[in-house]
Design a protein around this ligand. Structure first.
Ligand code: 5RP
Length: 219
């Protein structure tokens, strides 16, 4: 079975977590695009959405779903987003689409993080298959890169990418993240780092995995 079909399966299974008359937190990426399509079938039942990227905002509006600013809501029942890697504990690497900062903000507003992935994203140790994205203030790029090398990583500047917040991304290769909570904090303490793509403090409460055998829900 191809990856997109597995993504769609996970995305459609997430609809059962969306309650009528609520505002839904929506992430970004190709799996989330499948979720937005599915959410379109409930457009007249929900109040609207808060989106984690400009791209997701546009897709939601195109389906007639009202988009709220994160400052307009005090909390969300659920936040639904994909991941680049996820462990059995629900720890994730995110930011392949460079939307990690807004994803961390919107997911922090939510009571439950529902992560939708295909089975290729499941790992035992973060950093096994995907480099760790770090969003950095442009003037701090070289300084932060040196600190990441000192921590054992191999940072690579993501050429030509500017985030929705006008910052740059360093992708850190060769970084086995054995203690996600600790590493998330350590990286956030480097001056010039806006956000790193480890989602451990805000882990996934529910993981929905699209597999060739169907959508599997891990609570
Ligand atoms: C964007 C993200 C995405 O959720 C992550 O990259 C997964 O993307 P996709 O669903 O396209 O595989 O974190 O910043």
């Amino acid at each position: 079975m191809d990856q997109l079909t597995m993504k769609k399966m996970a995305a459609e299974a997430a609809l059962k977590y969306v309650q009528p008359d609520t505002i839904v937190g929506v992430g970004s990426g190709s799996t989330v695009n499948c979720f937005i399509e599915a959410l379109g079938t409930m457009a007249d039942q929900i109040k609207g959405a808060v989106a984690a990227s400009k791209a997701s905002e546009e897709r939601l509006r195109a389906l007639g779903i009202e988009v709220f600013n994160a400052n307009e809501v005090s909390s969300l029942d659920v936040y639904i987003d994909g991941a680049d890697e996820i462990t059995p504990q629900g720890y994730m690497i995110k930011g392949g689409g460079a939307a990690l900062t807004r994803e961390k903000i919107v997911s922090s507003l939510a009571k439950k993080f529902i992560c939708i992935v295909d089975s290729t994203k499941q790992v035992d140790v973060l950093g096994s298959t995907f480099p760790l994205p770090v969003e950095v203030i442009p003037m701090a790029r070289s300084y932060v890169a040196r600190q990441l090398v000192a921590l054992g990583g191999s940072p690579e500047y993501r050429e030509g990418v500017v985030t929705d917040n006008s910052n740059v991304i360093l992708d850190v290769h060769n970084f086995q993240i054995l203690e996600p909570l600790k590493m998330e904090q350590t990286l956030n303490n480097i001056a010039g780092v806006v956000t790193n793509g480890i989602f451990a403090q805000r882990y996934a409460n529910v993981t929905i995995v699209g597999t060739p055998e169907g959508a599997k829900i891990i609570e």
